[in-house]
Design a protein around this ligand. Structure first.
Ligand code: ATP
Ligand code: MG
Length: 423
C-alpha cells in the first residue's frame, strides 16, 4: 500500500508557499495597522468546548468534527474553527477583566466535509476577534479593515459585502416559531435536508441552496421584522458607519450564519468568481458566548477568513505581484578556482542589500551547465566570476530576463550596483 496524504488535506509546495507567505504577511500588516495583536492557542481542545459554543445541532458539531478519545479516555476534537478556542484562552488567561482586546490568530482548522474546490478537511483561517466593545463602531471597524485588506490584495472588485441583523436570542425564538409554522404548511416542497432542519435548526433553512426551498421562502416571514428596537438601532448605526467609510454593502434579510453563538450583526464577504464556495470571509457579533463558555459576561464581535478561498481568488484574478512567485533574484556562477571569492562577494551582498535572495552555485559544473541552472532558477540576473575576471577584481553581470548587454562591475562597486538594480 502506498502511503498518501489524507483526503481533503493537501501539501503546499514551495512555489505555492511563497504565495501563502505573501498573503499571510499582507493580512498581518493590515491587522497591525488597526492595533490587533496575535494570539496562539492549541489545535486540540475538549469536545465539550465546541459543543457548548458552536451549538449541538449545527452542521459542524453534528457531522463535521474530528473527534477522538485520547489515551486517558477524554473526548477531544481538532478545532473546526477558532473563536471557541480563542474565547477559552482569553477566559483562562484573564484577558477579559475590565479591558478590551483586539486579537487575531491563524492556522489550520479541521472539518470532515466532502472535499471540493475551496472546501477542504484541513483548511486555514485567519480569525479576528474584538472583546469588550458594545457599540456598532467595532462591527464597522472589522469591515473597514477587511475592505482595506481586499484593496491591498487587489481583489476588492470581486467581493461584495452582505449584512444582516439577527437580533437577540429571544427574537430568534419568536421568529423560529413563525418560520416553522409557515414552512410546516409547505413541508412537502422543501428539500430533505430542510425537512430535517425544521425540527433541529430551522433558521439554517434560509440559506438552503435548493431552488424549490428558496421558492417557498419567498413568502416566508422575515427575521428583520422580529428583531427588538435596540438591535434595530444598533444595525442602523452600523449601516451609517459603513456608509460614512464608503464600504458598500447589501442587506440580505436571509443571512443567518451556521453557528449558534451569533446575535445582532452578521456579515459575509462573497464572490461569484469561485463557484459554489463563494464565501471568503464571515462573522458577526457574539455578545453571549464568553458567558456561555464560563466567563464573566463580555460582549464580542469577530470574523474568520478562509485563506484557501482567498488564494483561489488571487489566482483567478491573477493579482499576485510578480516577485512573489520568484524565489531567487541572483544566481552566482563561479568558474575555476574562485569559489572562496564568490562566496565572500555573495555574503557581502546578503549583508548589504536588504531582502536579496541569492543562490550560489554548489557542486561541479562548467560555465554552460551553471548558466543553465541560473536560467532555470528564475533569477533576474547571473553574476559570473571566472579566474581572469577575479584577477582584475571584476565580475560580469548577465541579465537573464531582458535583452540587455552584459555589464562588467568592479568588486568594490558591486553592492552599489546591485542595490540600484533592485530598487
Ligand atoms: P460554508 O457555508 O462555505 O460551509 P461556513 O459557514 O461553514 O462556510 P465559517 O464557519 O463561517 O464557514 O468559516 C469562515 C470561512 O472559513 C468561510 O467563509 C470559508 O471561507 C472558510 N471555510 C469554512 N469551511 C471551509 C472548508 N471546509 N474549506 C475551506 N475553507 C473553509
Ligand atoms: Mg460549512
Amino acid at each position: 500500500m502506498k502511503l498518501q496524504s489524507i483526503r481533503g488535506m493537501s501539501d503546499t509546495l514551495p512555489e505555492d508557499a511563497a504565495v501563502w507567505q505573501y498573503l499571510e504577511k499582507t493580512v498581518s500588516q493590515v491587522l497591525a495597522t488597526y492595533a490587533y495583536r496575535e494570539i496562539r492557542f492549541p489545535i486540540v481542545e475538549q469536545t465539550e468546548l465546541f459543543k457548548r459554543s458552536i451549538g449541538d445541532v449545527t452542521d459542524i458539531v453534528e457531522k463535521e468534527m474530528y473527534t477522538f478519545e485520547d489515551r486517558n479516555g477524554d473526548s477531544l476534537s481538532l478545532r473546526p474553527e477558532g473563536t471557541a478556542g480563542c474565547v477559552r484562552a482569553c477566559i483562562q488567561q484573564g484577558l477579559l477583566y475590565n479591558q478590551t482586546q483586539r486579537l487575531w490568530y491563524q492556522g489550520p482548522m479541521f472539518r470532515h466535509e466532502r472535499p471540493q474546490k475551496g472546501r477542504l478537511r484541513q483548511f486555514h483561517q485567519v480569525g479576528v476577534e474584538a472583546f469588550g466593545f458594545e457599540g456598532p463602531d467595532i462591527d464597522a471597524e472589522l469591515l473597514i479593515l477587511t475592505a482595506r485588506l481586499w484593496r491591498q490584495l487587489g481583489i476588492e472588485d470581486a467581493l461584495t459585502l452582505q449584512i444582516n441583523s439577527i437580533g437577540e436570542a429571544v427574537d430568534r425564538t419568536r421568529y423560529r416559531v413563525a418560520l416553522v409554522e409557515y414552512l410546516g404548511e409547505h413541508r412537502e416542497r422543501l428539500d430533505a435536508d430542510s425537512q430535517r432542519r425544521l425540527q433541529t435548526n430551522p433558521l439554517r433553512i434560509l440559506d438552503s441552496k435548493s431552488p424549490d426551498t428558496q421558492a417557498v421562502l419567498v413568502d416566508a416571514p422575515q427575521l428583520p421584522d422580529f428583531i427588538d428596537p435596540a438591535s434595530r438601532e444598533h444595525f442602523k448605526q452600523f449601516c451609517a458607519l459603513l456608509d460614512a467609510a464608503e464600504v458598500r454593502y447589501e442587506i440580505n434579510p436571509r443571512l443567518v450564519r451556521g453557528l449558534d453563538y451569533y446575535g445582532k450583526t452578521v456579515f459575509e464577504w462573497v464572490t461569484d468568481s469561485l463557484g459554489a464556495q463563494g464565501t471568503v470571509c464571515a462573522g458577526g457579533r457574539y455578545d453571549g458566548l464568553v458567558e456561555q463558555i464560563g466567563g464573566k459576561p463580555c460582549v464580542a464581535a469577530g470574523f474568520a477568513l478562509g485563506l484557501e478561498r482567498i488564494l483561489l481568488l488571487l489566482d483567478a484574478l491573477d493579482v499576485v505581484p510578480d516577485r512573489v512567485g520568484r524565489s531567487v533574484d541572483i544566481y552566482m556562477v563561479a568558474v575555476g578556482n574562485v569559489a572562496a571569492k564568490a562566496s565572500a562577494l555573495a555574503e557581502a551582498l546578503r549583508s548589504s542589500v536588504s531582502g536579496i535572495r541569492l543562490e550560489q552555485h554548489c557542486g561541479v559544473g562548467g560555465f554552460k551547465a551553471q548558466l543553465k541552472k541560473a536560467h532555470k532558477s528564475g533569477a533576474k540576473i547571473a553574476l559570473i566570476l571566472g579566474e581572469a575576471e577575479c584577477a582584475k577584481s571584476q565580475l560580469q553581470v548577465k541579465y537573464l530576463r531582458e535583452d540587455r548587454d552584459q555589464d562588467t562591475v568592479d568588486f568594490d562597486r558591486l553592492v552599489e550596483f546591485i542595490t540600484n538594480v533592485f530598487i
